[in-house]
Design a protein around this ligand. Sequence first.
Ligand SMILES: *Cc1c(COP(=O)(O)O)cnc(C)c1O
Length: 201
Amino acid sequence: MTIASSEQIAERYRRVRDEVGERVTVVVASKYVSAEEMAGLAEAGVEVVGENRAQDLDLKHAAYGDTFRWHFIGHLQSNKVKVVNRFCELVHSLSSESAATRLTVPALLEVNLAEEGTKSGVSPVEIASFLLRFPSIRGLMTMPPLAADPEASRPYFRRLAEVAAEHELPELSMGTSQDYRVAVEEGATLIRIGEALFKAH
Ligand SMILES: *Cc1c(COP(=O)(O)O)cnc(C)c1O
């Protein structure tokens, strides 16, 4: 992907921030940018970044440290938990007991609402037992099936909000570039934005 100019990124980030309001945390999905390019994110006023890979997290954290607050949004392998424990304030994508057992930072449980076999995430019926065993779970995250129309995501977001409320979980990580507006309408407290900021048109 060709990355937009840092001025463009700054302008788009400001626009998203204004749109979603103070109560929603904008997590910038930084898998699209190199460690060097992350300097532009700091200039743009980005506070929270979400990494998909422990290796990248390690590398980028070494370069930027406390310039950002670090979240982990990728598939979490239990042998990579150590790095995440060291640097992250929140994991969005917890979906295995082996990772949960090793994790020492707060997490959201990734839920596979569409029950798509190809996707990671626990099934809704597994949530209760995870919460019993792992009290550091603060909320839920989901990735709805890919769709061109953002409205197609609404039933999944609404369902996730209902399930979180049933379990008295305050945090909801839902919505990406194409459907974050819908997610915020349905109660997202964290959105994860990549392409809408970075893609050069
Ligand atoms: C890349 C990524 C995002 C951001 O998606 P965009 O469509 O680029 O906004 C959000 N969540 C996860 C888990 C991702 O890997």
